[in-house]
Design a protein around this ligand. Structure first.
Ligand code: AMP
Length: 425
């Protein structure tokens, strides 16, 4: 069968790579894809912010299944539109994707259903922000309610800072677009864990846990990025904690969405803070994470197409999810200047543009690359996701860092301490 994946980053490369391992997949198309995806699938341009263009593409390609990678097409309602046209698609509807696209919705939803999360206040004016700030201690977290590509969360050490950030969010100077709703949140401390569950509208089935590294600098310093690396091990949550999170957070979320008439189908990615009061939800994402997916697919032994089909058909309950024992990791090679201004079009050395460049031990997923006159060049802030699975995390990381030594482009930088919290023990 033919599958179409929407998106063009490291996550989509990992999804296409994983789907192609399924015996049922004979042809893969990725839109818009990137220079690395082009080595394993046909790529075709599409603007993932343009709903009519995406619908037209899916209608023209007419695949047996469309898989949506990024959050924007979900929030635009691509799944609803495809379902209306009887086109098979994996992902949540626009209403269900509100768990990610509206923090105001997600917080109120969690409150309605008793799902543990930080205390919050929803504000629509600066006066409300000033008033509500009085009941929060500092640090306090200021969040734009809408999608902000990872830039909508600011931890403020004083109320004055919080007020100033809120003012910049309302006016549009911080995020480019004016924000109409701002969430003030209690500052939580603890270890962060990403929990991924497959949801079929009725059941939440845990797939894997991972930890990502959002800050650009080693030791988790410097500005936030889309993610500089991630790893997945069995040890991130004990089996008992995994069961608790599944029952009290993921399943409660699925039950709550179903009871409200907006059943959730797709990947529920729960960003958790493991606080002294127990696990608390920092955020929901309604799709695979990037770069967590690049690490997770290397451990996944269950046919990923089976997972997608079970979610769509509502029979995920009891589906066995097999993960390779041990660990996997991914390290992002980024452009000079990222996450600030960065240059593009830099020649990438150490990778054959025509091949997959994968060994038994290391898989290279492309995030921001393109083929130009037969050569591989950088096109994004995050360029490559060099990934490996191994019996233990240290071995996986050693293999990744050895491969990274052989790759170069002008300005390339990467963190050398991915997984350090787990290795510290
Ligand atoms: P979010 O997009 O809501 O996950 O926020 C991005 C990052 O900000 C998280 O991964 C946390 O590191 C941090 N963060 C968000 N909310 C809180 C909170 N209530 N307390 C402490 N840190 C937070």
């Amino acid at each position: 069968m033919k599958i179409l994946v929407i998106g063009g980053g490291g996550r989509e490369h990992a999804l296409v790579w994983s789907l192609l391992k399924s015996e049922s997949v004979s042809e893969a198309v990725c839109a818009p894809g990137n220079g690395g995806i082009a080595a394993i699938a046909r790529t075709t341009p599409v603007d993932t912010n343009n709903l009519p263009a995406m619908i037209a593409l899916v209608e023209a390609e007419n695949p047996a299944l469309t898989v949506i990678g990024p959050e924007v097409p979900l929030s635009l309602g691509l799944v609803d539109e495809l379902e209306r046209r009887h086109l098979r698609v994996f992902g949540p509807t626009k209403a269900a994707a509100q768990l990610e696209s509206s923090k105001a919705f997600a917080k109120a939803f969690m409150q309605r259903h008793g799902i543990p999360t930080a205390a919050h206040a929803l504000c629509t004016t600066l006066d409300e922000v000033r008033e509500q700030l009085q009941r929060f201690s500092v640090p306090v977290v200021v969040k734009a309610s809408g999608l902000a590509a990872g830039k909508g969360v600011v931890i403020c050490n004083t109320r004055l800072d919080a007020e100033s950030i809120a003012a910049q969010m309302f006016s549009g100077t911080l995020l480019g677009e004016p924000e109409t709703e701002i969430v003030l949140e209690e500052f939580l401390t603890g270890e962060e864990v990403s929990f991924f569950a497959l949801c079929d509208g009725k059941t939440a089935l845990p797939i894997a846990t991972a930890q990502d590294h959002k800050r650009v600098g080693e030791g988790d310093t410097g500005p936030n990025t889309g993610g500089m690396g991630a790893y997945s091990t069995d040890g991130l949550l004990t089996p008992a904690m995994q069961q608790w999170v599944t029952k009290n957070i993921a399943q409660k979320t699925v039950d709550g969405m179903r009871s409200e008439g907006t059943p959730f189908k797709g990947i529920l990615f729960v960003g958790l803070m493991m606080t002294s009061r127990g696990p608390m939800v920092l955020e929901f994402n309604t799709r695979w994470g990037d770069p967590e997916t690049e690490a997770i697919v290397l451990r996944l032994q269950t046919d990923i197409l089976e997972l997608f089909n079970a979610a769509i058909d509502g029979n995920a309950q009891g589906l066995p999810i097999r993960l390779k024992a041990g660990a996997s990791a991914t390290v992002i090679a980024a452009s000079g200047g990222y996450p600030g201004k960065y240059a593009s079009g830099k020649l990438i050395h150490g990778i054959n543009p025509e091949a997959q460049n994968n060994s038994e031990e290391v898989v290279i997923f492309h995030a921001g690359t393109a083929l130009k006159d037969g050569q591989l060049v950088t096109t994004g802030g995050r360029v490559l996701a060099v990934s490996a699975a191994a019996p233990d995390l240290q071995t996986a990381l050693d293999r990744i860092y050895a491969r990274l030594e052989t790759i170069s482009f002008e300005g390339m930088h990467y963190r050398r301490d991915i997984g350090y919290r787990a290795l510290r023990g």
